[in-house]
Write a protein that binds this ligand. Structure first.
Ligand code: 5CA
Length: 439
């Protein structure tokens, strides 16, 4: 993409309404624009990151055996009356009437909708286990939407729903999602800590929240330092028994501030860490809570009809955009982990009116694209300082900076955004550094 032809509305001033770094940086980097309280448009740079995160989540869900579907955003009230949640859900639910005066709602979650799909088609335990997921917009009329897309009213969620014949089988489905979440967040360069959690309006008796570490997080968390070793999970294979794996993780200490009792903490002081965190995922096992009232039953091995055991598994896809920024930025701007970066590399031509610079920039840009990269070419007619500042702000993992001084010596500058390291090398070496290097 050529910046001169892109739509990247950067803000010079720091927006006053933004209280936290990710909100400020998303506005300044031209990623989002507020439409009304807690509701945002996603501009090209933001949309690109959102799609990358959704795709990575999708790959890991598929790998764990979940199957993608797409349910609507607007649901009929009847389904929620069947489960009993229509009245319980309260003011957070956006209720709508259609032209025939039928009660509809903008889905805050999809347990009822997916249970309706299941009961319409599945009759036998032989079709189980089954896990269906979608990546879809939700609406919750939060009392205090804040921090930009971190606590929005409209937000993008990945929600998966598992169906099993009994609680033991459901536990295995839960474990698969548990492990897949750790793998998903590790791929994004995040440390995620699962913590036992309350189940709130979703219900059930087993639940974990996944918290990513970031200084600006809403909640404090105490944890064993081994949580910082994400290699623990990348090697786990879905064909093994996951219970010992999950037990190993859940036995590692992790508690929310208010549940941490220093006097009775089993972890040595030297191994205990305390940081702040952001909830980016939440998983639930709730047995027959929806299948029972909604009649989602299957014929078991002995022919009798049994309500299925269900769980649901959410990831805040849009919240992750902000969460990753909170976990990875500096005073110059965003630092994208390569796996979710909107572009792999920025080719910054400091002097577009210099033929040598432009020939070199064009050549590198074409070859980066041909080699399978996704380069952003800064060919704007701007001061060099302003260009470098805006490329730092939008956080592209690698920068190749081309100027007349370097050109005279046949070199360009390659800068790694995360480490700040910059080296002068030939255009040839720049190409291989960027394409081979993991930022
Ligand atoms: N049905 C279950 C699991 S699919 C469910 O809705 N769980 S949840 O309420 O915990 O939401 C799942 C995830 O969505 C949360 O962990 C959080 O990352 C994200 N989320 C929830 N509310 C918001 C919000 N207002 N803005 C942005 N993300 C949100």
């Amino acid at each position: 993409m050529r910046l001169s032809q892109y739509f990247l509305p950067l803000l010079k001033e720091t927006p006053k309404e933004a209280q936290i770094a990710s909100h400020r940086l998303m506005l300044r980097a031209g990623m989002i624009q507020q439409s009304s309280a807690g509701i945002y448009s996603w501009l090209p740079l933001g949309k690109k990151v959102l799609d990358k995160i959704a795709q990575l989540v999708r790959e890991e869900q598929n790998r764990a055996g979940a199957i993608e579907i797409m349910m609507p955003t607007i649901q009929p009230a009847e389904l929620w009356q069947e489960s009993g949640r229509y009245d319980d859900y309260g003011a957070e639910m956006l209720r709508i009437k259609d032209r025939h005066e039928r009660d509809m709602l903008y889905g805050p979650t999809n347990e009822e909708q997916v249970t309706d799909i299941f009961r319409s088609h599945v009759r036998s335990y032989k079709a189980l286990p089954l896990n269906l997921y979608h990546i879809q917009w939700k609406f919750r009329d939060e009392v205090r939407p804040r921090f930009g897309i971190m606590r929005g009213r409209e937000f993008l969620m990945k929600d998966a729903y598992s169906f099993d014949i009994d609680s033991d089988a459901a536990r295995q489905s839960y474990n698969r999602m548990f492990v897949s979440y750790l793998k998903t967040f590790a791929r994004m360069g995040l440390t995620a800590i699962p913590m036992e959690a309350d189940t709130g309006p979703i219900g059930g008796d087993m639940s974990h929240e996944f918290i990513i570490l970031a200084e600006t997080g809403e909640s404090g968390v105490y944890f064993h330092k081994d949580w910082l070793n994400t290699d623990l999970v990348t090697s786990v294979d879905y064909s093994e028994d996951l219970q010992p794996v999950v037990d190993r993780f859940t036995s590692l200490y992790a508690r929310a501030d208010e549940k941490h009792d220093p006097a009775n903490c089993p972890v040595d002081e030297g191994d205990l860490m305390s940081l702040r965190g952001i909830e980016i995922g939440h998983i639930f096992y709730f047995g027959e809570k929806y299948s029972e009232p909604m009649g989602a039953t299957v014929a078991g091995p002995d022919g009798s009809n049994i309500p299925v055991h269900m769980g649901s598994y959410g990831i805040g896809v849009s919240r992750l955009v902000g969460g990753i920024i909170e976990a990875s930025h500096d005073d110059k701007g965003i630092i994208w982990p390569r796996a979710v970066a909107p572009f792999d590399v920025a080719v910054v031509n400091l002097k577009p009116d210099d033929d040598g610079c432009t020939a070199c920039a064009e050549d590198l840009y074409a070859r980066l694209g041909a080699a399978g990269g996704d380069p952003l070419m800064d060919d704007r007619d701007e001061r060099p300082g302003a260009k470098l500042a805006s490329i730092d702000l939008i956080g592209i993992p690698w920068q190749i900076v081309i100027g007349p001084r370097g050109m005279a010596n046949g070199v360009v500058e390659v800068k790694n955004r995360a480490t700040g390291e910059a080296v002068e090398v030939s255009p040839e070496s720049a190409l291989s550094m960027v394409m081979d290097g993991a930022a």
